[in-house]
Design a protein around this ligand. Structure first.
Ligand SMILES: *Cc1c(COP(=O)(O)O)cnc(C)c1O
Length: 305
């Protein structure tokens, strides 16, 4: 159990549960695959969201802000994680949400509200301009966290994910990519002999690479490989083939995945193995980045886990 102490308030994150789970997958190719189960560290602030928020929260609290504002969609893990973390720290939170308000609210937003988050809905066209939203809604003592935790502090938090593993053993680190904040941190924390592979959850997000590199140390830039062909039609798109894979993967490995990020990640890992992308003897660390909020796109009980 690690206890992070921010001034007087304490958040407990159970890193005892952040276990490394070997997969059956890869045995045939003589490739070792270990999954870092960040999905298990906290029931709500699960996975990479906690790590990305750490240093923003610390900065806001240390500087005496009493309110935190951030951005996200109706199914955003980041929104719920921020709401929950602020609730635990007794800080007011405000979420600027993309799109019109729909009734009922998504389960994700209901959960954020249950942690006391105030929601403000922004039309899709206005949402594109975060600078204007920030300027129009800035009040004293309100600290802004960028969408998805994207930024230097977010990457610094994500880098600390690697402190929990025997890092030198691995030849490759592979993770899902949304805003690119997490993988920028992984890249910064990686060792010279390692390759870092990112599976983009979006279709044709070609600015992603420069966004990642702008948060990472130059000496690591050559080690990044971004793969753009595992989006299954686009962000949060989930054709039956993907949902079948999620069920199959659960049956074989007992690992739950979400339809936005980690299902596409593990599908890519399996596909790369089948294509002999890795060499026998390679040892791969797969980051299970947590957050099953994306499965709220489906009716309840659609998945076997
Ligand atoms: C947010 C999220 C990601 C993407 O992280 P970025 O830092 O935005 O790239 C990946 N996996 C899960 C489960 C997430 O919730």
């Amino acid at each position: 159990m690690i206890i992070f102490k921010f001034n007087s308030v304490i958040v407990q994150i159970n890193t005892n549960l952040a276990i490394i789970q070997p997969l059956h997958l890869g045995k045939e190719q003589k490739v070792t695959i270990h999954v870092l189960r960040l999905d298990l560290i906290h029931p709500i602030i699960s996975g990479n969201k906690w790590y990305k928020l750490r240093f923003y929260l610390e900065e806001a609290i240390n500087a005496g802000f009493n309110e935190i504002a951030t951005f996200g969609g109706a199914y955003s893990n980041h929104i719920v994680a921020t709401a929950c973390a602020c609730y635990k720290h007794n800080i007011k939170s405000v979420g600027f949400i993309r799109g019109e308000k729909n009734f009922p609210l998504s389960r994700t937003l209901q959960e954020a509200v249950s942690y006391g988050m105030e929601l403000s809905f922004i039309s899709r066209s206005d949402y594109k301009n975060k600078t204007t939203i920030t300027a129009n809604n800035h009040i004293q003592n309100r600290y802004w966290i960028p969408e998805g935790g994207y930024g230097i502090l977010g990457a610094k938090g994500a880098e600390s994910i690697l402190n929990t593993v025997p890092l030198q053993e691995y030849t490759h680190i592979i993770s899902a990519v949304g805003s690119g904040t997490m993988i920028a941190g992984l890249l910064n924390g990686s060792m010279p002999h390692q390759t870092v592979i990112g599976i983009s959850s979006q279709k044709n997000n070609l600015s992603l690479e420069s966004e990642i590199l702008s948060l990472s140390f130059i000496e690591n830039h050559r080690k990044l490989i971004l793969l753009h062909e595992y989006h299954f039609g686009g962000f949060a798109k989930h054709p039956p083939e993907l949902l079948n894979f999620m069920g199959e993967f659960w049956n074989k490995e007992a690992i739950p995945t979400d339809l936005v990020y980690t299902s596409k990640l593990f599908f890519a890992v399996r596909d790369l193995l089948e294509k002999k992308y890795f060499n026998p003897g390679d040892k791969i660390l797969v980051i299970h980045s947590g957050g099953l909020q994306g499965n709220n796109y489906l009716p309840e009980k659609s998945l076997p886990f």
